[in-house]
Ligand binder design. Structure first.
Ligand SMILES: NC(=O)c1ccc[n+]([C@@H]2O[C@H](COP(=O)([O-])OP(=O)(O)OC[C@H]3O[C@@H](n4cnc5c(N)ncnc54)[C@H](O)[C@@H]3O)[C@@H](O)[C@H]2O)c1
Length: 459
């Protein structure tokens, strides 16, 4: 049977026991006495630990990865945006601890969940990490606790997966404990905004849950935006990411179209960007990367099927974006052929493994698809990424291993082509173009250079 609507219970949380528990919770937050647990200490969770700890709360980080816990206990960070000195300082102030012992969750007043939400091998939402975490929290859930989910997921996840699991032992949401969704808006590499400045959307399973979560986030984040339900908050996050995914697909399509017409898409975007209203620039690239944009839209398209709805924009954007590495391969092949060379046996230096500029996160990066395609064609590839000096272990490309080399004039000159996949700011593009015989540039990294234009091919 198709669903007609997501279950919403706006009446829950109207009075009684819930009201006095909420008051006690709000007091503990206001007095900075609330103990906060963050489950999942990755790119989202660790910066959140830092944020709450720096606002005077006592924060405990929980993770299943013993190596991460060990590093944090030694005062070391494994995420670029959170320096080790900060970890060491917060630990010295007794504001931050890390543990793999989930029994300690019962001692927290608020538990924030930041576990992964990938896709399964056949492209469906994998909410198993959320389910496992809900079980862990449920085992020691007590009256008055707030649980806030931050992992991106489809509308309905908080109410349909978290709530029943948390209520299994008899406590009732909105009366005995509080449950909300608040999406993370972390933008790795963006130094203009910190997680303190980025407004936080909060939606509760019920009214009290919304108030509890809004108070908690309001104690650390400059602006909290409450919405009427956890479903609206879940959907808001998906809208943000689908908006990016669709617009990137559009500009990728226009890149291919304009290229065929002999028009430079980068020049076109620059010109269109001078319009002071009604236009926001998106930039083409070698394909989508990261934990969010290539994945999250498909959480919605999967859920929409339950309502007999096809999300055609999402599917089309997915189709276009997935083609981009193949387009880049075609451009590289043509450029080599124009110089009397073939992909088979070509010596290629790939610049950049990270999925975007100036970050150290290689997840879902199009560089891996390109390495795989180049390998299949018989090319001899090495790579450089100043932020990822060692080739990472990969879930989807287990057998892929590529050597890391420095970017020296000699290395550049010894290649048939340099393929720019990530436009890290640290590269000296002028020197790269001067020494390499051919540059295939997927990011317009060499767009500003006037000399040796005949060596540069936009892809
Ligand atoms: N990275 C981003 O820029 C970003 C931005 C917005 C939203 N998100 C969303 O936030 C969520 C987390 O993303 P991330 O980038 O921090 O992921 P991540 O892989 O960097 O971190 C997740 C952490 O959770 C831990 N973990 C896995 N299962 C666990 C369990 N059962 N209990 C405790 N810990 C567990 C992992 O060991 C890991 O340390 C995802 O839903 C993602 O879509 C990510």
């Amino acid at each position: 049977m198709p669903r007609s609507t997501l279950a919403v219970s706006p009446d829950a949380g109207k009075g009684g026991a819930g009201a006095s528990l909420l008051k006690a919770f709000l007091d503990r937050v206001a007095n900075r006495e609330a103990r906060i647990g963050v489950v999942g200490l990755g790119y989202v969770g660790l910066p959140l630990v830092r944020l709450f700890a720096s606002k005077g709360f006592s924060v405990t980080g929980f993770d299943v990865d013993a190596a991460k816990i060990e590093q944090l206990r030694r005062g070391r960070s494994y995420i670029r945006s959170v320096p080790s000195e900060t970890v060491a300082k917060l630990r010295a102030q007794n504001k931050m601890t890390a543990t793999g012992d989930f029994k300690a969750l019962g001692g927290m007043d608020a538990v924030i969940v930041c576990v992964p939400t990938p896709l399964t091998a056949d492209g469906k939402p994998d909410v198993s990490f959320i389910e496992a975490t809900a079980k862990e929290i449920a085992a020691s859930l007590r009256r008055g606790q707030l649980v806030a989910l931050e992992s991106t997921s489809y509308p309905g996840t908080t109410r349909e997966i978290m709530k029943p699991e948390l209520e299994r032992r008899g406590l009732r949401c909105g009366e005995d404990f509080f449950l909300a969704f608040s999406p993370e808006r972390e933008d790795p590499g963006n130094t203009r905004f910190t997680n303190e400045d980025i407004p936080k959307v909060v939606g509760g399973v019920d009214r009290f849950s919304c108030s509890a979560a809004a108070a908690l986030y309001g104690a650390a984040i400059s602006r909290v935006v409450t919405v009427s339900s956890c479903e609206a908050a879940e959907a808001a996050k998906l809208l943000e990411n689908i908006y990016r995914c669709v617009n990137i697909a559009l500009v990728n399509e226009l890149k291919m179209c304009f290229n065929r017409m002999g028009i430079d898409v980068w020049e076109v975007i620059k010109a269109a960007s001078t319009k002071p209203f009604g236009f926001q620039a998106f930039y083409p690239g070698p394909g989508l990367g990261g934990h969010c944009i290539p994945i999250d839209p498909f959480y919605l398209s999967w859920k929409a099927r339950e309502f007999q709805f096809n999300t055609r924009f999402i599917d089309l954007a997915g189709e276009l974006n997935i083609q981009m590495p193949y387009y880049v391969m075609g451009k590289l092949e043509d450029a080599l052929a124009a110089r009397g060379k073939k992909l088979d046996g070509a010596r290629i230096l790939m610049l950049g493994l990270a999925y975007k500029k100036d970050i150290d996160d290689p997840r879902e990066s199009p560089s891996f698809k390109l390495l795989e395609l180049l390998g299949r064609k018989g090319s001899k590839v090495v790579y450089n990424d100043p932020n990822i000096p060692t080739f990472p272990e990969l879930r989807h490309h287990e057998h892929l291993r590529v050597k890391s080399v420095p970017v020296t004039p000699r290395e550049l000159a010894s290649k048939d082509a340099v393929l720019i996949v990530t436009d890290h700011s640290g590269y000296d593009y002028e020197s790269i173009v001067r020494h390499a015989p051919l540059i295939v540039d997927t990011r317009n990294a060499c767009g500003g250079l006037r000399e040796w234009r005949d060596k540069i091919v936009a892809a």
